[in-house]
Design a protein around this ligand. Structure first.
Ligand code: ZN
Length: 240
C-alpha cells in the first residue's frame, strides 16, 4: 500500500493538481487529507470537490472550521480574516456542512492522522519544537501519526533523538514513535514555494517528502481576480 498524504491545500487548485499528478506517477493507491482544504487562496470549491471525489480519510483543519462556522474573527490578523470572510461567502451551505462534519482525528490502517496536535486537536496549537511534540506524543498510541498546520515539513521522534528538517526520506524503525509533518500543498512556509506532500509506503516502511513546482502565476492571478488581498498572492512565491 502506498499512501499520498497531503494537507493544507488551502484552495490552491494548481498546487493540488501537481501533487495529485505526482502521486499518480509515484503509484500511490490511497489518499489521506490532513485538513485545511480551504482558506487563503481562490479555489476552495474545486479543491473541496476533488477531496470529496477521492473519498479518502480527511480530518478537519482550523480553516475548515472557521470557513464553515460563524465563529468570531476578532482576534485574527487582517489577512486571514478577509480570506475567511471571502471563503464563507463562496462556499455553499452543503459544502460547509461537509466541512463541519469532519472528525478532528482518525486512524487509518496502522497510523493516526490529525491537523494540529493529538493532545488538544480542537485548540489548533502549533507543534514547532520537541516540547510541543512531547505533549502530542503523550496522546499518541499508533507508531506513526501524520499532521499539518505549521506548513513546514518536519519529523519528530518520541525519544527526542532526531528532528528531521527538512524531512526527505525516512525509514520507520520498529520501537520508535513518529510525529510527521508533511508540509503544505497550497501555502508552504518553509521558504520553499513548491507544493509539499509525503508518500508513505506501508510495506517498505518509508516516508518520502515530495516537492513539486506548479503554475504559481495562475494561482496568483486567480487570487487577484477574486478580490482576495494581493499579499496572499505575493506570499505564495516567498514560501512564507
Ligand atoms: Zn493551514
Amino acid at each position: 500500500m502506498r499512501f499520498a498524504i497531503f494537507g493544507d491545500i488551502h484552495a490552491n487548485f494548481e498546487a493540488f493538481e501537481a501533487v495529485l499528478a505526482d502521486a499518480k506517477r509515484e503509484k500511490c493507491d490511497r489518499f489521506i487529507c490532513l485538513g485545511d482544504v480551504v482558506g487563503y487562496n481562490a479555489d476552495p470549491q474545486a479543491c473541496l470537490a476533488i477531496v470529496r471525489e477521492l473519498n479518502c480519510p480527511v480530518v478537519k483543519g482550523n480553516h475548515d472550521e472557521y470557513a464553515s462556522s460563524q465563529c468570531s474573527l476578532e482576534t485574527f490578523n487582517p489577512l486571514a480574516e478577509s480570506a475567511i470572510r471571502w471563503t464563507r461567502d463562496t462556499l455553499t451551505p452543503e459544502e460547509k456542512e461537509f466541512l463541519t462534519s469532519l472528525p478532528l482525528t482518525t486512524n487509518v490502517e496502522s497510523f493516526t492522522i490529525v491537523h494540529a496536535t493529538l493532545d488538544s486537536p480542537g485548540d489548533w496549537g502549533y507543534v514547532l519544537n520537541q516540547l510541543d511534540a512531547a505533549a502530542s506524543f503523550s496522546r499518541q498510541e499508533a507508531q506513526v501519526c501524520f499532521f499539518g498546520h505549521t506548513h513546514s515539513p518536519r519529523l519528530f521522534v518520541k525519544d527526542g533523538s532526531v528532528v528531521g528538517f527538512p524531512l526527505t526520506e525516512v525509514k520507520i524503525e520498529s520501537k520508535k514513535q513518529y510525529f510527521i509533518n508533511v508540509g503544505s500543498v497550497g501555502q508552504p512556509r518553509d521558504g520553499d514555494w513548491r507544493a509539499a506532500y509525503a508518500v508513505y509506503d506501508l510495506d517498505s516502511k518509508k516516508v518520502t517528502l515530495r516537492r513539486l513546482k506548479y503554475d504559481i502565476e495562475k494561482a496568483q492571478t486567480k487570487i487577484r481576480n477574486a478580490g482576495l488581498p494581493v499579499k496572499l498572492a505575493e506570499r505564495l512565491f516567498l514560501g512564507r
